[in-house]
Design a protein around this ligand. Structure first.
Ligand SMILES: *[C@@H]1O[C@H](CO)[C@@H](O)[C@H](O)[C@H]1NC(C)=O
Ligand SMILES: *[C@@H]1O[C@H](CO)[C@@H](O)[C@H](O)[C@H]1NC(C)=O
Ligand SMILES: *[C@@H]1O[C@H](CO)[C@@H](O)[C@H](O)[C@H]1NC(C)=O
Length: 396
């Protein structure tokens, strides 16, 4: 029997199940955002229907906002956060079928989000990377103060966006049918692994704060699609900014937006009290190269994925995710495949360097007031275990 036929045997009962579910009027059709490939024409119909049917049996009703966990409803299948307890690394059947005919190593459209939904049914893919002029329609963030939303900052954001006038990755990357992204963390674990050329192969290379490229390209690569930064983390020496990369701003407090406005409009920086360390006074970037990261990723990472204290939606002790996890969250919504490198601390090697670009030792890591590194790691472990993200340096 041909594999396709075998598959149909498995799939038929599911079709029936799916149809029953469908008839019961409960099915929410998920738009996966990909056109079927031309070269699977003969099976396109089957594959479309299967994916609907299988999804119908997998996808739960969206959980109302504020509901704490799915776990309570369906017993022991899900953990407190709503992730499946059994993090199967195998592809769900519908995905195996969908990607079955792709050549080895080809980029799999929709992979990260589909796999995420398989272990975390509450996941809903649409969430734009950056704020655009319609940002006030983003229902999930409009009522939260920074860093979980932008309430009270609407006017200043309008002023900033009217100058940047660009809200995507640029025509070339925006039009890719399948995007592979890598988030390069700043961990010392990147040192001496010669991963630079592998990192540069990704369509989108995300770097964080001031982590340098120059002088470290053999290990960290030379390509930077975007650098996600908050004011205290921004590169301070103008000559150290790399060309052709987007300056992506992530706000953690209201004051940060004011700083960004001054950077965008090239004004003299005023009012630096309120930052916890010195900040860049000049960002050598055109307004068209500046973006504002959608704060939804901070909110979702904190409250849904990691399960940090809600604190009435306000910043509080140990409820801010690290920028690296925020970037991964962004990629789950906006990239087809997601990889990371330079994440994770190995506490068994206290003398190993904390960052790849400075000699501060691991043992210098302090108990953080803002982050909860161990809880955050639990979440990242789930992503690695379920093969949703690939960890090139195996630190997670
Ligand atoms: C799978 O790919 C092969 C080679 O590209 C092609 O000949 C074949 O028709 C494809 N099969 C299906 C089911 O699309
Ligand atoms: C990397 O290699 C250099 C040169 O061999 C060495 O001095 C350095 O200690 C190594 N760093 C790590 C983290 O192993
Ligand atoms: C991190 O979370 C754990 C478990 O919820 C908690 O016991 C611990 O106090 C938290 N740490 C910080 C720094 O908030």
């Amino acid at each position: 029997m041909k594999p396709a036929h075998k598959l149909l045997f498995v799939v038929c009962p599911m079709l029936v199940l799916g149809f029953i579910y469908y008839s019961s009027g409960k099915l929410h059709l998920h738009v996966w955002g990909q056109k079927p490939h031309k070269d699977v024409e003969s099976t396109v119909n089957v594959s479309k229907v299967t994916s609907v049917a299988v999804r119908a049996t997998v996808t739960k009703e969206p959980v109302a906002e504020g509901a704490v966990s799915v776990g309570r409803i369906v017993g022991s299948v899900f953990d407190k956060q709503g992730f499946m307890l059994n993090l199967d690394t195998k592809l769900p059947l519908d995905l195996a079928y969908k990607y079955g005919n792709l050549s080895e190593g080809a980029c799999k459209p929709g992979y990260a989000a589909a796999k995420m939904t398989a272990i975390y049914p509450k996941f809903s893919k649409p969430a734009s990377m950056f704020l655009d002029r319609n940002f006030k329609r983003l229902a999930k963030v409009i009522n939260y103060l920074p860093p979980f939303g932008f309430r009270t900052q609407e006017r200043i954001i309008d002023v900033i966006l009217s100058a940047t006038k660009n809200y995507g990755l640029g025509p070339e990357l925006d039009s890719l049918i399948c995007k592979r992204c890598i988030i390069v963390g700043n961990g010392g674990i990147l040192s001496n692994k010669s991963l630079g050329s592998r990192i540069d192969e990704y369509d989108v290379v995300v770097r964080l704060n001031e982590a340098p490229v120059s002088g470290y390209t053999r290990d960290v690569g030379s390509k930077t699609t975007m650098r996600i930064t908050y004011p205290e983390g921004a590169i301070q020496k103008p000559e150290r900014y790399e060309k052709d990369s987007l300056f992506v701003f992530s706000a953690f407090k209201p004051l940060d937006f004011k700083w960004l406005r001054q950077m965008v409009y090239k004004e003299k920086l005023q009012g630096t009290e309120g930052f916890w360390k010195s900040v860049a006074r000049y960002v050598p970037r055109e307004p068209s190269e500046i973006r504002i990261l959608n704060p939804y990723f901070i909110q979702e990472a904190a409250f849904q994925f990691i399960g940090l204290p809600q604190n009435n939606g306000l910043m509080g002790k140990g409820n801010i995710p690290t920028l690296g996890t925020v970037a991964i969250t962004m990629a789950l919504h906006n990239c087809d495949e997601v990889a990371v490198a330079g994440f994770g601390y190995d506490m068994n090697t206290p003398h190993a360097p904390l960052h790849y670009y400075e000699s501060v030792k691991m043992s210098a890591i302090k108990e953080s007031w803002t982050h909860n590194i161990s809880k955050e790691k639990e979440f990242l472990r789930k992503l690695v275990k379920a093969n949703i993200i690939t960890d090139l340096t195996n630190g997670i």
